[in-house]
Every structure is written in C-alpha cells, then in structure tokens.
Design a protein around this ligand. Structure first.
Ligand SMILES: [Zn+2]
Length: 372
C-alpha cells in the first residue's frame, strides 16, 4: 500500500498543494499588513505601493517577499536602516500557518475558502485592536455581512439543508452575539467602569493640547493622546488637585475632570484643544476602566453570523477566560500601563479560531459527556 505509485503520487500532490496554500497565505498576509497599517489611519489600501513608513522610499520587489525579506533584511529598512516591526513577519507567518492548518483539516472544500477569508479578516481586526484599541467596521460589520451571505450560499455552514434555514440561523446567531455582548458591556461599565487609584507619593499629571502624561514615580511616564486613554463618551479622569496650576491659576483643592472632549476645573470649562496647559499633583485619581468597546460587540455579531449562537457562547466563555489569565499575567509582570484599556478583541478572535478548528468536536464531546 505504502509503495503503491498511486498513493505516492497523491501524497506528493498533497505536499505540493500544502506548500502552495502556505505560500499563498503568506502573500495574503503581506497584504493584511498593509490593511493593518493603513485602515486605522484612513489611508487607501491600494495606493501608493509599499514603502518604508519612516523614509518613504518605495520598496523594490525583492524587499517585499513575504517572510523572507524581513529575515534577509534583518528587520531593517534597506534604505534608511530603521527597524521594521516584527508584526509584519508575525502576521505573514500567522496567516500562512493558519491557512495551512485549514487546508490540513478541511481539504479542498467551500469551508476552506470561507474560513480562510474569515481568519484573514479577523487577523486584521486583532492587530489593529492591539495597536490602536479599535476594531475597524470593515472587519466587524463587513464580517457580519459576509457571514450572512455565506450562510445563505452555503447553508451547510449552519448545519442547514436549505438557504432559508441557513439565513435564519445566521440571523439568530448575529442577534445573540450582538445582544449578549451589548448586555455584558453595559453591566461591565456600570459595575466596574470607574476605579479610584490611590498614590501614596502622589501622582503628577500634565495635560497639554489634548495630550496627557501621568507620572506615578514608578514607571517611566509616557505621553498619550487623551482619545486613546478615554475611549468612550462616559469615560473620565477625575481628581482633587493637591497642588498645581492651569495657565496662571492655582489648582490646589480644585476638582479637575477630563473627558474625551473637555476639561473642567472648579466651575470653568474648556474644550481640550483650547485648554491652557495643566500641571497637577494628586493623591487619589479616578481612572476609567473600560470593560469593552462597541467594536467587540460588533465582532461577536460577526461570529454569530458565521457560526450561529453556540459559537457565540463558546467564544464568550473562552475569550473571557483567556482575557482574565493574560490580563493577570500582564499586571503581575508589570507589563501593563496605567489606565490603558486592555483590548478584548484579540481574545475574541483567538476564541473564534479555536471554534473553527475544534468547535464541532468540542460540542460533540460535551453532548456525549457521561454524567455520573
Ligand atoms: Zn526607510
């Protein structure tokens, strides 16, 4: 059997196609990098061609070979020597590896094409969220629309035999996903949305031209845009100043409140861009703790549209488990910066990938689990 020439031919064809899938996955991964870099900046993903984000020089074709160029250039721009983020390499490798895994699990099938598209789309969402704390609508709303369309065209994705049942299950899935996560978000922000931090040695805060720097004398302070720290409308930073000043005015004893749009000191109010420079010291400060963004809600909607409501519950449970474990580790190793929201999107994405590969088996296992 093993020596039969027919099997050997099939086997080498299989190895050949596995290689093709991997390479094609890496090439698409390279395009995903363009999306990850340009989408949150509202730039065109088609023009101009690839160039170094630092010196702007257009890349030659041999600087643009997925995986290999990054390694050959030793992670530096060929013209100006600026370091190229490892994200480029990681995204290409992840997309290639996941496409290969899909090929190994599903073989040549409609599922292969649908899941490959979904995985690439979600990888874009995951890496944009990690860097910018937003999930682009192209990924979440786009994913929902594509998910519904696929369930109509391929009702077997929802375990249905006709398109109306496929559509119905997809819509139930997206309503469950959006609805459940909207409730979780609403409760989360209500219960845990704000937290007062106490600083024995005091914390110094500088707000200038809508940029904020907070120094707790423990970690190296970093300046951040207010809109990256306060992501939702009801987010706020509030404290009673121990000392400090705004413009020429003394701040001691005054209540300071910063929101996404404005700054209030005592009774006075400015928009963030018009406010004079503020320097303050406080010993207790209320910082927002964002449970999750609206993007996460829309992302779960997309998962429901693709896979139905069981996948929503699976992804919800698994992503919160993953999120808690990683969040605790980050805080334990002090790798997490103050007030920064930990993005939740990446955990949902990882959970949905696990669903693609193991969801059906896991559901079967749970249904057959012997109860003693
Ligand atoms: Zn350069």
């Amino acid at each position: 059997m093993v020596d039969s020439p027919a099997v050997t031919a099939t086997e080498s064809a299989f190895v050949f196609w596995s290689f093709v899938v991997f390479v094609f996955g890496a090439v698409v991964g390279s395009f995903l990098n363009v999306c990850i870099h340009r989408m949150p900046r509202d730039l065109s993903i088609v023009r101009p061609g690839s160039h170094c984000p630092h010196c702007g020089k257009p890349l030659r074709w041999y600087h643009n070979i997925p995986l290999l160029s990054w390694l050959a250039l030793r992670a530096r721009c060929a013209f100006c020597g600026t370091a190229i983020s490892p994200t480029y390499f990681i995204v290409e490798l992840l997309n290639a590896g996941l496409w290969l895994a899909l090929w190994l699990k599903f073989g040549p099938s409609p599922e292969l094409a649908v899941y490959a598209l979904l995985i690439s789309l979600f990888l874009v969402g995951m890496f944009v969220d990690l860097e910018h704390y937003i999930l682009p609508d192209e990924v979440t709303i786009g994913g929902t629309v594509v998910g519904v369309a696929f369930c109509v065209a391929l009702p077997q994705m929802q375990g249905a035999s006709d398109w109306t049942t496929g559509l119905l299950r997809s819509v139930i899935g997206l309503l469950t996903g959006g609805g459940v996560l909207y409730l979780v978000r609403w409760f989360g922000n209500l219960m845990f949305g704000r937290k007062v931090h106490a600083f024995e040695k005091g914390v110094s805060l500088v707000l200038d031209k809508a940029r904020l720097q907070l120094d707790d004398h423990e970690e190296k302070p970093e300046e951040e845009a207010v809109k990256d720290v306060l992501t939702s409308k009801r987010d706020r930073i509030q404290f009673q100043a121990t000392s400090g000043r705004i413009g020429e005015q003394n701040l001691a004893g005054l209540l300071v409140r910063i929101t996404k749009e404005d700054l209030t000191v005592g009774g006075q109010r400015w928009t963030l861009n018009e406010a004079p420079r503020l320097e303050a010291v406080a010993h207790e400060i209320e910082l927002p703790r964002d449970a999750m963004g609206l993007g996460d809600v829309k992302l779960m909607m997309a998962i429901g549209a693709f896979f139905g409501w069981t996948a929503v519950l699976f992804s919800l449970v698994l992503s919160s488990l993953l999120g808690s474990v990683v969040g605790l580790l980050l805080i334990a190793f002090r790798a997490h910066q103050w007030g920064r929201p930990i993005p939740y999107g990446p955990y949902i994405v990882v959970a949905s990938f696990l669903w693609i590969f193991f969801g059906t088996d896991l559901t079967q296992w749970c249904l057959n689990f012997p109860i003693h």
